[in-house]
Design a protein around this ligand. Structure first.
Ligand code: NDP
Length: 327
C-alpha cells in the first residue's frame, strides 16, 4: 500500500485528495520508482482544473519526480534497482510515493545532483534548454523578452540566458520578483503590473524591439508580446498561466510586421532516448558547472499530503522559482 494524490473531478485545489493506493507491478518496459522529491508544475493546475482534460477519472496528478528504482520490468535494460533517477514526462500520477514510468522517460541522475534539485528543474530546465537553443537559438549579446521571469521556468531562463551571454528582458508581477529575476541573471526587468510591456521594450532597445519573445502567460500578454517584436520576429507562445490564446486572426501577424508564431511543448522536442539524453545532459552540465542554481527555499517545499495548499499558493502567484512535494 502507498499514498498518492488523486482527483475524481476537475476543479479547484480542493479536488485533490490524499489517498491510499496499490501500485501495479511494472509492465515489461516500466520502471517502478520510489519518489523522494516531486516537481510541481503550473501545467499540473491545467490538468486539475480541466483546461487540459483527463479522459479517465479518478486519476493521479503530476509527471515529474526524482527517486530510486525499486523494480524493473522484464524488458528494461538501462536501469537496475537502487539506481538514482529522474523523470519529467512520466504518465500522470507522479504526486505519489511510488510510480511506474516507462523506461524511455527515465534518466540516470548524477550523484552530485540531489533529488530535490532534480525534481525542481528537470521539466522546467529541459524546457528552457529547447526554448533558448532549439525553438530559436539565442545568441551572445542578443536581447530577447521572456515573461514570468521569476517563476519556475523563468528563474532557470534568467540563469541560462546569462550563461549564453544573452541579454534577457524578464517580465514579473511584483517589485520583489523583479529583484529576484535580476539577481538570477536577467539583464533588464519589467513589472507588468505597473509598466507597459511593449513601450518599455521599445525604450530599453532604443526603438529596435526584439527578435524573439517567449510567452507562457498567454492571453494577458499576447498583444504586448506581438508589439515587442521586430519585423519578421518570432513569437514563442508556450503556456497559458493567464488563460489560453484563442481565436487569433492570422492577419494580425501581417499587421504587426510579418511575424512568425509557434506553440511548442516539451513533448514535441523530447520524444525519444537520444533527445532525452541530450536535453538532460545539457541541463545537468549547467548545474554541475555552477551556472545554474535550482535550490528550492523551505517555504516552497510541501509534504505530499499538502498538495492542495501548494496549488493554491502557486495559482495565487505567491511563489518564486520551483516548488516541490515530498512524500
Ligand atoms: P511558474 O512558477 O512560472 O508560475 C506561473 C507564473 O505565471 C506565476 O508565478 C506568475 O508570475 C505568472 N502569471 C501571469 N499571469 C498569471 C495568472 N493570471 N495566474 C497565475 N500566474 C500568472 O510556473 P512554471 O514554471 O511551472 O511554468 C511557467 C509557464 O511555462 C506555465 O505557463 C507553463 O504552462 C509553461 N510551461 C510550458 C512548457 C512547454 O513546453 N510548453 C513546459 C513547462 C512549462 P508573476 O506573478 O511574475 O506574473
Amino acid at each position: 500500500m502507498a499514498k498518492r494524490i488523486e482527483f475524481a473531478q476537475a476543479g479547484g485545489p480542493e479536488v485533490l485528495n490524499f489517498v491510499d493506493y496499490s501500485p501495479n507491478e511494472p509492465t515489461d518496459n516500466e520502471i517502478q520508482i520510489e519518489n523522494h522529491a516531486i516537481g510541481i508544475n503550473f501545467i499540473d493546475t491545467y490538468v486539475r482544473s480541466g483546461l487540459y482534460p483527463v479522459a479517465n477519472l479518478p486519476a493521479g496528478l503530476g509527471t515529474e519526480a526524482a527517486g530510486i528504482v525499486v523494480k524493473t520490468g522484464s524488458q528494461v535494460t538501462g536501469f537496475r534497482p537502487g539506481d538514482r533517477v529522474v523523470y519529467a514526462q512520466g504518465p500522470l500520477g507522479a504526486y505519489s510515493e511510488i510510480h511506474n514510468v516507462p523506461e524511455s522517460a527515465v534518466a540516470h541522475l548524477p550523484n552530485d545532483i540531489s533529488f530535490k534539485q532534480a525534481a525542481a528543474c528537470s521539466l522546467k530546465g529541459m524546457t528552457v534548454y529547447y526554448l533558448l537553443n532549439q525553438t530559436y537559438q539565442v545568441k551572445r549579446d542578443e536581447i530577447f523578452l521572456f515573461h514570468a521571469a521569476a517563476g519556475g521556468v523563468g528563474l532557470i531562463a534568467c540563469q541560462w540566458a546569462k550563461a549564453l551571454g544573452a541579454k534577457m528582458i524578464g517580465t514579473v508581477g511584483s517589485d520583489e520578483k523583479a529583484l529576484r529575476a535580476k539577481d538570477a541573471g536577467a539583464w533588464q526587468v519589467i513589472n507588468y503590473q505597473t509598466e507597459d510591456i511593449a513601450a518599455r521594450v521599445k525604450e530599453i532597445t532604443d526603438g529596435e524591439k526584439v527578435n524573439v519573445v517567449y510567452d507562457s502567460v498567454g492571453q494577458a500578454t499576447w498583444l504586448a508580446s506581438l508589439d515587442s517584436l521586430k519585423r519578421k520576429g518570432l513569437m514563442v507562445s508556450f503556456g497559458n498561466a493567464s488563460g489560453p490564446v484563442t481565436g487569433v486572426n492570422l492577419g494580425i501577424l501581417n499587421q504587426k510586421g510579418s511575424l512568425y508564431v509557434t506553440r511548442p511543448s516539451l513533448s514535441g522536442y523530447v520524444t525519444n532516448r537520444a533527445e532525452l539524453d541530450q536535453a538532460s545532459k545539457a541541463l545537468f552540465d549547467m548545474i554541475l558547472s555552477g551556472k545554474l542554481n535550482v535550490d528550492v527555499p523551505e517555504s516552497q517545499i510541501f509534504a505530499l499530503k499538502d498538495a492542495q495548499q501548494a496549488h493554491r499558493i502557486i495559482e495565487q502567484r505567491h511563489t518564486q522559482g520551483s516548488s516541490l512535494l515530498i512524500p
